[in-house]
Design a protein around this ligand. Structure first.
Ligand SMILES: [Zn+2]
Length: 711
């Protein structure tokens, strides 16, 4: 059914293009212009031609936007006249900033996936000299604290926004309150703001676009956005690379090399940014938000100041609910955060993805909002909606053997307001989940012994991953401190786990409960939203309705942070600390040595079953080798977690008003405990890993190559 629909669309487009091509050549004959060059580039006819000279400057509207024009109104009013696309820009849209997001709509094999962002820029149109409209890119680097101060002029004088394109005014709108420009060549051209980056082109060894195979497929306009689809075919450089091995390593020639060309379809979303930027919430290193910044110049301050602010959605109560909110009642936001599920997602998984997204509602309740996050299946019957349309946040499903997923966001660089997100979900995340769950929990959950998990188990694992990715798209960074908030023994306590889970945050990489032992009666093995997540959402999203200025808001937020400073479950720990043993990925509990001992106990129980749990008649031992590799990798992780304690330093972000310093050496006793653990488990050869049955099937050395790298 889908194939048929796609085929019809392709056919229609193909027909439409043939007609416009015919029209173009007919027009060429009429104008008597023999130069196909001039036609293709849109430059005015040769200077020798007197008629052309007379045509300089705007023409009457009707001569440009003829009766043949197909018009769509929206952010920019778009007119399609034969093979030309015109934007009619109202005076009111001049200098209004919009964000242009360029994505792959469809790509060549091996070059990313449909839906991935390839470029992003904040742009605005402006009237220029000589009947030109200028397109500038807005660089939010330096800003004046107060636009009325004389210093604001100096800031403006030294931060001129680059002009990325200039357009002739082709005609004035009906009552001269708008101008018409021809955007055909701009969207077909290669430029810095709406095309693939030079780095990407180098990586895929792409040459220049083939001018006869660059097409604007469509331009659609909606109330706050205009969407352009462009198809470009690039030549592929087949010349051998230089001898430098690093260069060869960086290049990823495409499978399409044999054809000599590669075709890409891009979608450019131009989305109007709000006239008044959202109120910024000052970044705080003690709570894990993504951030953006600019340099602020203020006459009343001695020297400029770097202003850093959190990236988050604009979540506001409806005016009539403000009083309710102040009383502590939950209210629905004026505009909820909505995600759609890509229609390419297998039907059986959709409900789990929806659950994982809506799991965040419990966190938003702590910020005073109910039903703040909503997830829906993509309304396939609504042909007015497009997956690339920047107004819609979507969990895209990619047919790729990559065992991962990602959660990016597009935000207003002036305020940190998140505008939309396209989460990327690769098909083989499922494989990764299967491997982790077996190696970490198979002694507790017999469902992990099956070669294929039942849909309910796999669905719950997927729910965990999508929930984590959505966390990123809400502005949250990884919090690697969250698992260290849990005392190791409590990870075996059924009641504790059912209340808090195994990590204080789903934004940690804490995976599944490998500490729990058979007989503990733990059934909740998968991470979920916990104390830190609720707190982080409260910090970022709870409106501060009566702060009189930014400083007052900052002090109020500081009060919130300080009210939790003695509770480890509220601690944020960056993923980039090379010193702090509390901030680690793939770990559990507040003591890596104790957690590691429990983990090893489980690995020793799992190992003798690996043949049985991976076997399949008629298949070779690939799966056994893979899972044995996973098991030894898990063992290595336990060693690594313990090793980070040796010479470790705790780093706790603090403000002046908090007691104590930020850096503290890991206690001597803990460091000694780590060394003892390593001596016992890895420097004394872990002979138990060399299972004879397994080794005789996958190793010709009996396992020497397994032990050496671990030690
Ligand atoms: Zn992540």
């Amino acid at each position: 059914m889908r194939t048929f629909t796609q085929l019809s669309i392709t056919l229609l487009l193909f027909l439409a293009m043939s007609i416009t091509a015919m029209d173009a050549s007919a027009q060429q004959k009429r104008s008597g212009n023999p130069s196909p060059q001039a036609q293709a580039t849109g430059t005015p006819a040769s200077p020798q031609s007197q008629t052309a000279a007379a045509q300089k400057g705007p023409k009457p509207y009707k001569e440009v936007i003829t009766d043949k024009a197909k018009t769509t109104k929206g952010l920019f009013t778009v007119h399609k006249v034969e093979d030309k696309f015109y934007f009619e820009l109202a005076d009111s849209i001049m200098k209004r900033e919009f964000i242009a997001i360029t994505r792959y709509a469809k790509t060549s094999t091996g070059a990313g996936f449909g839906g991935e962002i390839v470029n992003q820029a904040v742009l605005y149109f402006e009237k220029g000299p000589e009947n030109k409209i200028l397109l500038r890119t807005s660089l939010v680097v330096n800003m004046a604290a107060d636009p009325t101060q004389p210093l604001a002029q100096a800031v403006e004088n030294s931060n001129l926004d680059p002009i990325v394109a200039a357009f002739d005014i082709k005609a004035l709108g009906k009552d001269s309150t708008s101008v018409v420009i021809d955007v055909t060549d701009f969207f077909k051209s290669e430029n810095a703001v709406i095309t693939m980056s030079n780095d990407a082109k180098t990586q895929y060894k792409l040459g220049s676009p083939q001018s006869d195979r660059v097409f604007i497929e469509s331009i659609r306009s909606y109330p706050i956005n205009t969407e352009v689809k462009v198809s470009k075919t690039f030549s592929i450089n087949t010349a051998p690379s230089g001898s430098s091995t690093t260069r060869v390593g960086a290049e990823r020639p495409l499978p399409a090399t044999e054809a000599g060309v590669a075709t890409f379809e891009f979608n450019i979303s131009m989305l109007l940014l709000p006239k008044t930027p959202m109120h910024r919430r000052a970044f705080d290193a003690r709570v894990g938000y993504f951030a953006d910044s600019y340099t602020s110049f203020d006459e009343n301050k001695q020297g400029s100041k770097k202003e850093t602010f959190a990236v988050r959605w604009r979540l506001e109560p409806k005016p009539q609910d403000v009083e309710k909110m102040k009383r502590g009642e939950l209210v629905e936001p004026k505009k909820p955060i909505v995600y759609y599920i890509d229609p390419a997602t297998p039907k059986k998984w959709r409900k789990y993805l929806i659950q994982g997204i809506e799991d965040w509602n419990v966190a938003f309740e702590q910020a005073g909002f109910k039903n703040a996050v909503r997830a829906y299946e993509w309304p396939e019957k609504d042909s007015t909606m497009s997956l690339e349309d920047a107004r819609y946040s979507v969990v895209r499903y990619f047919a790729a053997d990559i065992e991962n997923a990602y959660g990016p966001n597009v935000h207003d660089p002036r305020s940190g307001e998140i505008i939309e997100s396209h989460i990327g979900w690769y098909n083989d995340v499922i494989k990764r989940l299967y491997k982790w769950y077996l190696i970490q929990t198979a002694t507790i959950d017999p469902r992990a012994h099956n070669k294929e998990y039942d849909d309910e188990l796999m669905g719950q694992l997927m729910r965990y991953v999508v929930c984590h990715e959505v966390g990123h798209t809400l502005g949250l960074r990884h919090n690697f401190a969250a698992s260290a908030a849990m005392p190791v023994e409590k990870l075996r306590d059924k009641e504790f786990i059912s209340k808090y889970g195994q990590s204080a945050s789903i934004m940690d990489y804490s995976r599944f409960n490998y500490v729990a032992q058979p007989g503990d009666g733990i059934t909740q093995l998968i991470p979920r939203i916990s104390v830190y997540d609720k707190w982080a959402i409260e910090w970022g999203y709870k409106p501060i309705l009566d702060a009189k200025d930014d400083k007052a808001e900052k002090l109020e937020l500081n009060k919130w942070v300080r009210s939790h400073e003695s509770d480890k479950m509220y601690l944020f720990g960056t993923e980039s600390s090379p010193y702090d043993p509390r901030f680690q990925s793939e770990d559990l509990g507040d003591n890596a040595m104790k957690a590691g001992e429990y983990g090893i106990k489980n690995l020793k129980l799992i190992l003798p079953h690996l043949i049985e749990w991976t076997k399949e008649d008629g298949e070779d031992y690939t799966d056994l080798a893979t899972m044995y590799g996973e098991l030894t990798a898990q063992f290595s992780r336990y060693m690594g977690h313990a090793a980070k304690n040796v010479g470790g330093v705790y780093e706790t972000s603090k403000t002046y008003d908090m007691p104590g310093g930020q850096f503290e050496v890991v206690p001597r006793a803990t460091q000694k405990e780590a060394v003892t653990f390593l001596t016992k488990n890895v420097f004394t050869t872990p002979a138990w890993l060399l299972d004879k049955d397994i080794m005789s099937r996958i190793s010709h050395t009996g396992g020497l190559e397994v032990i050496t790298p671990i030690q």
